[in-house]
Ligand binder design. Sequence first.
Ligand SMILES: NC(=O)c1ccc[n+]([C@@H]2O[C@H](COP(=O)([O-])OP(=O)(O)OC[C@H]3O[C@@H](n4cnc5c(N)ncnc54)[C@H](OP(=O)(O)O)[C@@H]3O)[C@@H](O)[C@H]2O)c1
Length: 355
Amino acid sequence: MASSLLSGIYHLYDLFQAIRGANPTFLTPHHVPGTDLTGKWIIISGSNSGIGLEAAKSFATWGANLILACREPASWELHPTAAVQECKFLADAHGHSRSVIEWWEIDMADLASVEAFCRRWLDSGRGLDVLCNNAGVVSTSKTHMTRDGFQLVHQVNFLSHVLLTLRLLPSLARSPEPRVICTTSCVHHLGELDLEHFNCGPDMHGGDYGNNKLYFQMWVSELQSRFLKHREYMHITINGVHPGYVVTGIWKSVNEAEDTSGRWLKTLSRYIGITAQQGSLAITHAATSPELGPDPKTQSVGVVGGGGGGRYINRIWEAAPKFYCHDLQARKRLWVKLDEELQLREKGLLTILGL
Ligand SMILES: NC(=O)c1ccc[n+]([C@@H]2O[C@H](COP(=O)([O-])OP(=O)(O)OC[C@H]3O[C@@H](n4cnc5c(N)ncnc54)[C@H](OP(=O)(O)O)[C@@H]3O)[C@@H](O)[C@H]2O)c1
């Protein structure tokens, strides 16, 4: 009786935290002024549409060199070539005609494609200043598998970003104050930690989208704590951001037959959702604001007021992540599970970070 009451209270608390993600406050340049990014290199996945594209446009305006990491999209989506043109136009208009802005192919549903993207970047020999792990899909089906044998949402939203980040760490580490921004979601509060069904499937507790956003946010906390233990990586800052409740193309793919809550959220988004430009400010803020930058006390770089990483940011405001993100045992189990699925040790990706 007492335990079910307690669990009911926890569920209500999680629901309350998830609902806070719908805060539609209109943000202005006063909230996210940006900064001069001339000469900086930024990679952003899923940037031919939605909040990724809008973030790329802001970065272009502020002078960054950009690699839009996109796939060949379906015919109805904006082609990455057009996204590059939009960004170049804005860069030119703001006096940054020398910025390099390109799109490089990556299919997050194909690990070989992620590996090829990383090889291409590492071969360039450049240091990476900001990595935005943004591409994502919503629930299609708990049993929709990729050619790698992973459930689609699990791979696109989570596994591929883990691989991308770990592969690019040497390049991030070469920059003076690198940042990694992961687009998680307030829905991570509704996710369940079901490592027995890590790769989803019909018996999984919770939904594929919420669970994987929870794993992503937990991984953000774990990775930052590991960065801090290693001189090579302690200057890297990683945070998870929720962009808001945003009207974008992502809602098109909700499988209305299988996903009742998704269907409701999709309908509601038309009435209370914010624009993609407003949603993108979560990314650009996390990439540029001093307070979401490195903490000079623990990271030996950055400015006073920098709060360091491992945090969950609801749009531009720090918020409490789900309690699992503070549970060291749970985070460790997730870390081990990732090694099992992606063979990270065999790939040499845990040599410094450890298992
Ligand atoms: N919209 C919201 O309310 C909301 C709330 C919380 C979190 N988020 C998160 O925000 C992120 C961006 O979503 P959005 O709302 O901006 O939706 P969106 O417009 O659909 O953007 C998603 C992006 O991910 C890309 N993508 C999907 N599958 C891919 C794959 N296999 N390989 C490479 N790229 C792929 C899409 O490319 P294509 O054009 O080729 O499909 C698109 O560029 C996602 O991670 C999402 O989970 C959104």
